[in-house]
Design a protein around this ligand. Sequence first.
Ligand code: BJ8
Length: 431
Amino acid sequence: MKKKDYTPMWKGLGIDIEAHNGLLKFLGKAYADIYLSQENRPKGMEYLDFVITEIHGLRIEELLEAKKGGRKVIGTFCLYVPEEIILAAGGVCVGLCAGADIGTSQAEQVLPRNTCALIKSFVGYKLARLCPYVEACDLVIGETTCDGKKKAYEIFNDLKPTFVMELPQTKSTAARALWRSEIDRLTAKIEEVTGKEITADSLRGAVNLVNAKRKALHRLSALRRAKPSPISGRDALLVNQIQFYDDPVRFTEKINSLCDELEERVKGAIGVTPADAPRILVSGCPMAAPNWKVPFIIEKNGAVIVAEESCVGERGIRNLVDEEGSTREEILDRIADRYIQIDCACFTPNAERLDHVLEMARDYGVDGVVHYAIQFCTPYAIEAHKVAKALEGEDIPLLKIETDYSVEDVAQLETRVEAFLEMLKDRRKQQ
Ligand code: BJ8
């Protein structure tokens, strides 16, 4: 079937067509090398392949249709922004965190070079006019997490209207009260932008919908505990990345069907690697699409990633919103409670994250942990020390990686990963 030409739509959004064509070509090649080259993939991944091929096409068309129908498109960069509040006002929520070395030279004209790649990427995408999602947004929501992000939002606001939520950095009673008031401020802003009142009923519907999405992702995580794992870490990461873009109802349905298939695989002990492949937990910074570099290196060398302690992974889906609230205030209370439990390294102290890393290492039966920090990400790079100490206490091997989105260090990373995996295999033999 001939692929639809979306050029007029992209032009309408102000996209730089020539540079964008180059980007799509590059992504298509990377996807083929990293994803389509895998053997014995679950059939259900075909849907995800389709989403990726249409990520700047059909999904953008859907967003523009929604806008024509009077809905607003709201972009977010962080897990702390409650999707439920956007959905309750009939909005469409899209994740804008970016994972490619794109527009870096433009970004470095307004940001210091030693800014983390994730921040440079989202600013770069906007300055280079390469992201139809940002262009389709009516409003972007930022948050005061790390210093880099909160200062970058001041610049981003000049390019796109950006509303910044104040996120406390501790979990004290006073911090919880501040956070609860920020939830109210966001609710009022979303009502203003969408022109829709957020009611107890609309909130309840949104809570159920997002909880259903998270439950489907919980199913996927649980299936990865099997030995051998029925799905590769790359594919599971892709599922977690696409949850931020896709229509939540359709996505939930597709992921549940994928899980049905994976259940059969688990029953038949069908895996994507031999049963004795080293099992890896990746912990640290989020890997926004199309940041697939480190997982590819790990799995290409014979290991399988069985879990991610990451925002694009278990940190992002761990908790559900309590569905018991009946009034609007009660439901907003429960939303505030759910979101402030997230254990981002921007919080201090952040002991919960250490507990979660250890719990996941045990639950998923991992042989080792790869700690992934994006270069210049101070919160995660510093917290890596505590993670290392906690793992050492349990005799779980750790490899610390700090990298950006470029391909310059691939050979060096491969050497380190290979040596780490060899060490894990030797340990197994000795056990
Ligand atoms: S909840 S991890 S999505 S803030 S990598 S920009 S922290 S310097 S992405 Fe994050 Fe929300 Fe936390 Fe998750 Fe800063 Fe670090 Fe860059 Fe980061």
